[in-house]
Design a protein around this ligand. Structure first.
Ligand code: FPP
Length: 238
């Protein structure tokens, strides 16, 4: 257990899980094997969050742009997601983890949708730990959708344009009710946001590591926590 005090620990970690493909290719394996190993890492990281009492974990599992990958790779990722829920659903309940999804759930294949909806409904009662999967997710699309909902309310006369505030806007995002991430981690050496949590990332701390997602282990996780605990968060204040 880390000796970082709870006020220096992030309440919400969001992760851009990158490097599955490179991990597999460097071993002469098909890319899908990298995703399989990546799904194992998801499970480990969930354990670390329970162990270190991180209340919110958000994972960028499939972006809107990921639909452009080969049909074989997309199908393998969707199957992995269904398999993950079949195999780990009970564990999520055991640890009272609430599952949330952000993104366009309707676009996912029916078997994945069914499993996700079931797990979301059955875990809605839990409050201590929240696992949010970003699936068919894009930050800009999410912001546009929120703007459309507010515009519809203005058109219907239920609110006035000047009633729109940062808080009311945030409440129309898919992450409504989930606090903004304190720490955003991206693996595999890239240093960009790739359309992830664009609104919510406003005051997040970023931590980048060259470690490929399948190799992400407890030592790497602790390193991220240590690094975060030393940041001075000023939110624009002097
Ligand atoms: C990025 O690696 C990873 C993804 C696009 C998918 C992430 C999916 C998983 C970790 C597994 C399934 C998830 C769950 C929740 C069970 P990449 O393929 O872009 O790697 P590369 O940049 O090295 O090619």
């Amino acid at each position: 257990m880390t000796n970082i005090s709870s006020d220096k620990r992030p309440a919400h970690i969001a992760i851009i899980m990158d490097g599955n493909g490179r991990w597999a290719t460097s071993r002469g394996l098909p890319r899908t094997e990298g995703h399989k190993a990546g799904a194992d890492t998801v499970l480990r990281v969930l354990d670390y969050c329970l162990k270190y009492d991180i209340h919110y974990l958000t994972l960028y599992a499939f972006s809107t742009e990921n639909w452009k990958r080969s049909p074989t790779e997309v199908a393998a990722l969707m199957k992995l997601l269904s398999d993950f829920l079949d195999a780990q659903g009970a564990k999520l309940h055991q640890h009272k983890v609430r599952l949330c999804v952000i993104g366009d759930l309707e676009r996912l294949p029916a078997p994945a949708q069914t499993r996700l909806r079931k797990q979301i409904d059955e875990s809605a009662k839990y409050t201590d730990h929240v696992l949010t999967l970003a699936l068919s997710y894009g930050g800009r699309a999410e912001i546009v959708q929120a703007a459309q909902k507010l515009a519809a309310e203005v058109a219907a006369g239920t609110i006035r344009p000047q009633d729109i505030t940062e808080d009311s806007f945030a409440n129309h995002l898919q992450t409504a009710g989930i606090p903004d991430p304190d720490l955003i981690i991206r693996t595999a050496g890239e240093q960009r946001l790739s359309n992830f949590l664009l609104w919510q990332a406003s005051y997040a701390e970023f931590w980048f590591t060259p470690v490929l997602w399948p190799d992400f282990d407890e030592t790497t996780f602790q390193e991220a926590l240590e690094n975060f605990s030393q940041r001075q968060r000023r939110y624009g204040k002097a």
